[in-house]
Design a protein around this ligand. Structure first.
Ligand code: PMP
Length: 431
C-alpha cells in the first residue's frame, strides 16, 4: 500500500545547519583545480614533508609492530601524548600530564570542534577576532552559541612603507566592550590566518586581563606556532598569569611538520576543560589513525632532542619560509599588488585596489570585488588566491573587499612561476 517512489515531504536538515551551508573552500578549491597553473590558494605546502617524518611513517607501517595497524588509546597514542607533554612542559614552564592535559585529534579542525561542542552552550557568546579562520563561526553556531566579532583595525604606516601584519591591531576599548556576562569564550589565533599577525605580549596581556576579569575561556589556535619570522617570538597566552586554567591550546602536526594530509592535531590544557573535550571526542571520532600518531611522536622526539639547535626542523622551516615570504613580497610589490608583510604563518594578504580596471564589472551582482577578482585571476591568469572577505562575518565583510590571501608554503619553482605570471600581467598592462 505504500509506493516505492514516495518522496519525503518533511524538512530533513537539522535546524543547527541553517545558514552555515556555504563554504568558501568548496568553491575556490574547485576553481583552482579547474583553472590554476599556479595555486597559491589553500594553505598547504607543495614541498615534501621532512625525510625524518616520512621515514618514521614507513617504519611504523612496515616495522615489526603489527599492533600499530589497530586502534590505539582513544585520547591519544601513548608515545605521542607523552612527547607532547614533555614538549609543552618546556614551552610553558609547568607540569603537563600526558594522560589528562593532552588529547590527540583529527587535525586542529577536530580539536576546534571538540572545544566548541564541549564548552559552548545555547545562548553563550563567543568572541572572534576578525579576520578569522572561517570555520570558527559555523562551529560556534552549530554548538548553539552566538559569535561576537571584533576586528583588527589597519593603521597604515605614514612613511609610505609597506604595511606589516603588526599594523593591524585591536582597539582596546572596542575589545573590552564585547565582553559581557554572556561571554563564554574568546577565540585567539596567533600567529593569525589569514593576516600572519603575531600578537604581541601587550596585546595578549590585554586579552588575558579581560578573560580573567570576566571569567572567560580562551580557545587558543596556535597551529602556526613555529612559523614566526624576523626574530619575533610566539608567546603562548596560556603562560600568562591566570590563563593556564582557562585556556585550551590547539596545535597541528599538519602545519608543524608540513604534512597537512595526515590530519594529526592536539589540544593541551587543564583537565577540568579537557575532560569535557574527551566526552565529545569519545562520542564522535574516538580514535585517530595510529600510524600517523606514531610517526608524529617520533618527529617530536627528534625535535625535543634538537630543541633550539640549527638542525631542528622548527628552526629550519621558518628560515626557509621567511625567504619564500620575501620572494612573494617582492613579486607582488613589483606589480603594485601591495603586500602586507606577515610576521608569521605561511599566508600573505595583498591589496588589490589598484587592479579594479582589470576585472570586468558584473551587472546586478552583489558579489564582493575580492571574490570577483580572485575568480577572474584564476580563470584569466591561472593564479589562484583566496578573497580576504571570506575571513569576515557577513556584517563586516563589505569593509574588507580590497584584499586577497596568498599561501607561500611553496617550492621555489612555484613562486617563480607566480612571479612570471605577475610580470607578464604588468607588461600587458603597460604596453
Ligand atoms: N586553524 C587554523 C588557523 C588553520 O589555518 C587550520 C588549517 N588551515 C586549522 C586550524 C586546521 O588544521 P588541521 O589541518 O590540522 O585540521
Amino acid at each position: 500500500s505504500f509506493s516505492l517512489q514516495a518522496k519525503m515531504s518533511r524538512p530533513v536538515q537539522a535546524r543547527r545547519l541553517e545558514g552555515i551551508d556555504k563554504n568558501i573552500w568548496v568553491e575556490f578549491v574547485k576553481l583552482a583545480a579547474t583553472y590554476s597553473k599556479v595555486n597559491l590558494g589553500q594553505g598547504f605546502p607543495d614541498f615534501p614533508a621532512p625525510d625524518f617524518l616520512t621515514e618514521a611513517f614507513m617504519r611504523a607501517l612496515s616495522g615489526g609492530n603489527h599492533m600499530l595497524h589497530q586502534y590505539t588509546r582513544a585520547f591519544g597514542h601513548p608515545p605521542l601524548v607523552k612527547v607532547l607533554a614533555q614538549f609543552f612542559e618546556k614551552l610553558l614552564g609547568r607540569d603537563v600530564d600526558p594522560m589528562t592535559n593532552v588529547m590527540v585529534t583529527v587535525g586542529a579542525y577536530q580539536a576546534l570542534f571538540c572545544c566548541f561542542q564541549a564548552l559552548v552552550d545555547e545562548g553563550d557568546e563567543v568572541i572572534i577576532i576578525e579576520p578569522f579562520f572561517d570555520c570558527y563561526e559555523p562551529m560556534v553556531k552549530m554548538a548553539g552559541g552566538t559569535p561576537v566579532f571584533v576586528p583588527l583595525r589597519p593603521n597604515p604606516p605614514k612613511d609610505g612603507k609597506l604595511m606589516s601584519s603588526a599594523d593591524w591591531q585591536l582597539d582596546p576599548a572596542e575589545l573590552a566592550s564585547k565582553f559581557s556576562e554572556r561571554t563564554k569564550a574568546i577565540v585567539l589565533n596567533s600567529p593569525n590566518n589569514p593576516l600572519g599577525k603575531v600578537f604581541s605580549r601587550g596585546e595578549l596581556g590585554l586579552i588575558a586581563e579581560l578573560c580573567v576579569k570576566h571569567d572567560v575561556l580562551c580557545i587558543s589556535d596556535e597551529v602556526y606556532e613555529w612559523l614566526v619570522y624576523d626574530g619575533k617570538q610566539h608567546i603562548r597566552i596560556a603562560s600568562l598569569q591566570g590563563m593556564w586554567d582557562r585556556t585550551v591550546i590547539i596545535g597541528s602536526a599538519g602545519k608543524t611538520f608540513s604534512a597537512t594530509g595526515w590530519k594529526v592535531g592536539w589540544v593541551v590544557g587543564p583537565n577540568r576543560l579537557l575532560q569535557h573535550l574527551r566526552t565529545v571526542h569519545q562520542n564522535s571520532v574516538y580514535h585517530c589513525a595510529t600510524i600517523a600518531q606514531e610517526a608524529v611522536a617520533q618527529g617530536f622526539q627528534r625535535e625535543l632532542m634538537l630543541y633550539g639547535k640549527p638542525e631542528s626542523y622548527f628552526v629550519q622551516l621558518p628560515k626557509e619560509l621567511q625567504q619564500k615570504r620575501d620572494w612573494l613580497v617582492q613579486s607582488l610589490d613589483g606589480v603594485g599588488m601591495k603586500p602586507i608583510i606577515p610576521e608569521g604563518t605561511y599566508f600573505l594578504v595583498a591589496d588589490i585596489s589598484q587592479f579594479k580596471s582589470d576585472v570586468p564589472e558584473v551587472p546586478n551582482s552583489d558579489e564582493p570585488y575580492d571574490y570577483r577578482f580572485a575568480k577572474w585571476m584564476v580563470k584569466n591568469k591561472g593564479l589562484a588566491a583566496i578573497p580576504l572577505s571570506a575571513f569576515y562575518s557577513e556584517a563586516h565583510k563589505n569593509n574588507y573587499t580590497n584584499f586577497i590571501r596568498f599561501c607561500f608554503a611553496k617550492e621555489e619553482a612555484t613562486l617563480k612561476a607566480a612571479n612570471d605570471i605577475l610580470q607578464k600581467w604588468k607588461q600587458e598592462k603597460t604596453s
